[in-house]
Design a protein around this ligand. Structure first.
Ligand code: TPP
Length: 251
């Protein structure tokens, strides 16, 4: 008996290429299920950026564009506006890492939110530059050991991590900003509802919507998949509290 059906928005026979225990698979499935639920698949253009998130186009059966590192929100802005100019209202979302969204692409991300671009950004926060070998990222937590902070991130040398969802919520053009996690069933269901709210904001032409997803990175954290999820539940959410920081979509 097949208990779970494969969402239409997932490519058939796609081979899982993420590290064991990585949350990207769950995140992409939630995105695919939400695209199906809102009947957006045929009208969607996804923008994947450099980093592990780029593999989105291997799994998602929608039109996908790859952007240069950090430029996903700028590329999505162009795609959304150009289509609008010729009378096509495309559903456009980005799928980015935290280094991509909140460091190299912070300018593009923040100004897209400030302009109130009617796009949705999804940021997978695994607290490091995952694809390139686990270097310290803008979201690495205080004391976190990475390949470029072997003694742990410290205040004097590295400064503090960025709380992306809270910052994006401060932008006047943002209508929805939230942070979710995927370490257990309850949080996965919540994440799906939050992604739907963010997508609905765009469908209702409200403005910039954003979802930060706390994601495990067992390979670079040097933990087992279970230990990595425990770390998110017991440690990471102290730095990165879960919740909806702004929702003006019904105003
Ligand atoms: C302009 C530019 N600089 C650096 C790189 C190398 N690079 C590729 S992926 C990556 C790290 C991405 O980290 P993050 O955005 O956090 O995503 P993750 O891999 O952790 O999902 C880097 C630095 C690049 N491709 N382009």
């Amino acid at each position: 008996m097949q208990v779970f059906s494969i969402p239409k928005s997932i490519k058939e026979n796609s081979r899982f290429t993420f590290c064991p225990g990585c949350d990207h698979g769950v995140a992409i499935r939630l995105v695919a299920e939400t695209l199906d639920k809102l009947n957006l698949r045929e009208n969607t253009i996804a923008v994947a950026s450099s980093g592990c998130s780029v593999f989105l186009y291997n799994f998602l059966d929608v039109d996908c564009v790859e952007s240069p590192h950090g430029r996903a929100c700028a590329v999505a802005t162009g795609i959304k506006r150009v289509n609008k100019a010729v009378g096509k209202d495309k559903f456009v979302f980005t799928y980015q890492g935290d280094g991509d969204f909140a460091s190299i692409g912070l300018g593009e991300s923040l100004h897209s939110a400030l302009r109130g671009e009617n796009i949705t950004a999804i940021c997978i926060n695994n607290t490091n530059y995952g694809m390139t070998g686990g270097q310290m990222g803008p979201t690495s937590t205080m004391g976190q050991v990475t390949t470029t902070s072997p003694m742990g991130r410290n205040r004097e040398y590295h400064g503090f991590p960025i709380k992306t969802a809270e910052h994006i919520a401060l932008c006047d053009g943002t209508v929805f900003s939230a942070r979710v996690a995927l370490y257990d069933y309850k949080n996965i269901i919540n994440a799906k509802n939050v992604i739907e709210k963010a997508f609905m904001a765009q469908s209702k032409n409200k403005g910039f919507s954003f979802v930060e997803i706390l994601s495990s990175c067992p390979t670079n954290w040097k933990l087992t998949p279970k230990q990595a999820h425990d770390k998110i539940e017991n440690e990471l959410i102290k730095t990165y509290p879960l919740g909806i920081f702004k929702d003006t979509t019904n105003e």
